[in-house]
Design a protein around this ligand. Structure first.
Ligand code: ATP
Ligand code: MG
Length: 353
């Protein structure tokens, strides 16, 4: 039996960090054996909050950056498809068709959209941002995906996709699987102790930071603010230094020892941070090496995206045609064009007087 199809991806808004790895990329690397994976570089989605010509120009680099991060972490283009959203014409058309299958009050109840507008300093909700979950439905239903790994804040969007799929199937005919979502990994805390590592907050460690930068960032990390001396017992829970040790230090005995000594006030922050720096750089080294290898092969990333986009475009055209046929939309143009063309040809054949 064919593998089930999976769709997920990233907006090409900048560099990828450890949060992206923990929350999504590491999961994708595992899922690509089980599913036929489509990874979208969602540049049209970026337009909902960032659409200056400069933002759009930056996608040229950021799209490569996103693909590079995924590839360097182990996404295999032999198994998975990486594609550029804005080059898939059928998705724009699907978006319009789906817009008719969902109400404005329903979209207004999606909780994340107001947060997105606020984060982007947008005072009044743009029509397109309200339609973000509809465009997402077009992405997900385009390859007729069965499963969608999503971050916690995106679950409500996939709920809209499920409703649109059901509505389409009911109204026009069964075309779409109603996709299930798969809740992604944990949220990685920021280096400043903020609940989420995020480039807009500036509390990130990037996947391609060099060893020195990682050392510097770890040295400046937030720890237990009450612990002004190494001999004061400290708190491990919610402390980002230990959250990162848990996530990235494979030496569990060392981590347990550091935690025990931290709690009793017998280890300094410096030692905890030095060991974390080593663990992080050990974790990042193979990713950096893989990036260097990929980059040495000029045009490789572009080829991966190109091939993925051409393949996805065919699949999208196929789905769009199925949709239009089910709706009877193809019939309108077929009828008009057949008769219209016939008459035109007849007139052309008549000898000119
Ligand atoms: P940033 O928030 O750093 O500007 P972004 O806006 O591109 O990056 P999001 O849209 O917030 O990233 O998330 C994209 C994907 O990455 C989602 O699947 C989300 O769950 C995951 N992700 C991002 N940051 C984190 C994090 N700190 N911890 C876990 N997952 C994360
Ligand atoms: Mg974000």
């Amino acid at each position: 039996m064919d593998k089930k199809r999976l769709l997920t991806g990233d907006r090409p808004t900048g560099k990828m960090h450890l949060g992206h790895y923990v929350g999504s990329i590491q999961n994708r690397v595992k899922l690509q054996d089980e599913y036929d994976c489509y990874f979208i570089i969602a540049d049209l989605h970026m337009l909902t909050t960032k659409n200056s010509t400069e933002d759009i120009f930056n996608v040229r680099d950021n799209a490569i950056e996103v693909a590079l991060a995924n590839l360097a972490c182990g996404i295999d283009p032999q198994k998975s498809t990486i594609y550029l959203q804005s080059a898939i014409h059928a998705v724009y058309e699907m978006n319009l068709i789906f817009e008719m299958l969902v109400s404005v009050p329903r979209l207004k109840r999606v909780p994340s959209l107001k947060d997105m507008a606020r984060d982007a300093n947008i005072n009044e909700m743009p029509f397109g941002l309200l339609g973000y979950p509809v465009l997402q439905a077009a992405d997900i239903l385009m390859p007729r995906a069965h499963i969608v790994p999503v971050g916690k804040d995106n679950q409500s969007h996939v709920e809209v996709t499920r409703e649109i799929a059901r509505r389409f199937n009911f109204q026009y005919g069964e075309i779409f699987p109603v996709p299930d979502y798969l809740v992604e990994g944990d949220t990685l805390i920021g280096t400043d102790g903020n609940a989420k590592m995020s480039k807009s907050i500036g509390n990130t460690i990037y996947l391609f930071d060099d060893a020195k930068t990682v050392a510097k960032k770890v040295h400046g990390m937030y720890t237990d603010p009450n612990r002004i001396r190494a001999d004061i017992p400290g708190t491990v829970e919610g402390n980002p230094v230990f959250a990162y040790h848990d996530e990235f230090n494979p030496n569990k005995a060392e981590v347990e020892d550091l935690k025990a000594r931290y709690r009793t006030g017998t280890v300094g922050d410096v030692e905890v941070k030095e060991k974390l720096t080593i663990a992080l750089n050990n974790f990042l080294d193979p990713i950096r090496e893989r990036r260097a290898q990929i980059e040495a092969d000029s045009g490789y990333v572009e080829q991966v995206i190109y091939e993925g986009t051409v393949k996805t475009s065919k699949l999208a055209d196929e789905t769009l045609m199925m949709m239009k046929k089910a709706m009877g939309l193809t019939g309108v143009w077929n009828k008009i064009s057949r008769k219209g063309r016939k008459r035109m040809e007849k007139l052309q054949k008549q000898p000119q007087s």
